[in-house]
Design a protein around this ligand. Sequence first.
Ligand SMILES: *[C@@H]1O[C@H](CO)[C@@H](O)[C@H](O)[C@H]1NC(C)=O
Ligand SMILES: *[C@@H]1O[C@H](CO)[C@@H](O)[C@H](O)[C@H]1NC(C)=O
Length: 376
Amino acid sequence: MDCLGLFILLMLQCFQWTTAPAAEEVSWTYTGLVGQSEWSQYFPDCGGTSQSPVDVVTTQTKYDPSLIPLTPLGYSQHGNKPFTMYNNGHTAVIELPDWMGLGGLPWLFTAVQMHLHWGSGGPSPGGGEHTINGLSADAELHVVHYNSELYPNMSTAMTQSDGLAVLGVLIVTAEETNPAFNNILNYLSRIRHADQKVSIPAFDIQSLLPKDLGRYYRYNGSLTTPPCYQSVMWTLFNERIQISKAQLLKMETILYSSKANDPDRMLLQDNYRATQPINHRVAFASFSAESGKALSSGEVTAVVIGVMCGCVGLAVIIRFIVKTIRFLTLLHGESVVVNRMKEPEKEKEKKQDMALNPTSEAETKEEPSPSPHTEL
Ligand SMILES: *[C@@H]1O[C@H](CO)[C@@H](O)[C@H](O)[C@H]1NC(C)=O
Ligand SMILES: *[C@@H]1O[C@H](CO)[C@@H](O)[C@H](O)[C@H]1NC(C)=O
């Protein structure tokens, strides 16, 4: 009896344990039962006040001159050892070698992996996670690093407020193919199903980044997927990179979030999180709207020509004014002789008229100047 009671109790406890799985085991998605609006029920940090992505409102950013250009370390020294790329059911992840890192931050950060977020084509905009002034990109690349000066590895660092540094690169479509992206896209067909893995030839990771690494936004945020730890020092580059429409389409349509043995195939699409409230946070800009704008030689020429035209125009106006004043002085002198004190009011009016209405100079010239007074 006692034994049976204990057994039942144990069974019940087992049952409880199994029905309340650890947060890491919850298979989350972007829409549906464990979609992004439900994440915080299973992953409390997803309901925090410093979440990512955010909409960067440029008029509300603060210029911080101490934000120096970032230095990718070893991004181009990829060596011959292939990279590993895998489909984790949420995105394609490329593991990065630990000699790659980031300089230009308060600590040294070591690269861990990079991955992409995208949409589903069609008429709905979106695919990128961060937006700038409400404008979304078609896709977004994230290069993830951990603070290797303070923490021994990624799993320890990812829960610390100063643990991670992620580069965000907004991707939009253009006419031309971006050859750097083919280093990834060409191998997606080998990892169509979740949990599949492939070795891909090593390539220059810096070729995926924008040319201008000096202009970016910086803010404190989170992982954009569960468990949404608020441990990320974000760098969102101002310059967007371009890929072709065909390249985007490949990214959007080739992968499944379902596993190879799963009878219900689920396309891996719209794997981007909606922007989160900025709350108390400030997004800093490494550049100011005016001074940050480097003028191209064409713009410089335009400014020079503009200034020259302005000077010539000013000279013409000054010459005209001087001539008018001389003429008026002459007129005044004559009228005083003809008509001493009789009508000083009319004289004043006339002067104002001449100054305000330049054409009257020509008209008056045709007639002898004392004519208005001869009537009197
Ligand atoms: C990370 O470092 C911690 C602390 O040294 C250690 O306990 C843990 O096993 C490490 N994790 C991995 C994945 O290496
Ligand atoms: C991020 O948070 C840390 C610690 O609270 C703070 O020192 C730093 O200035 C913050 N950075 C930004 C960009 O807000």
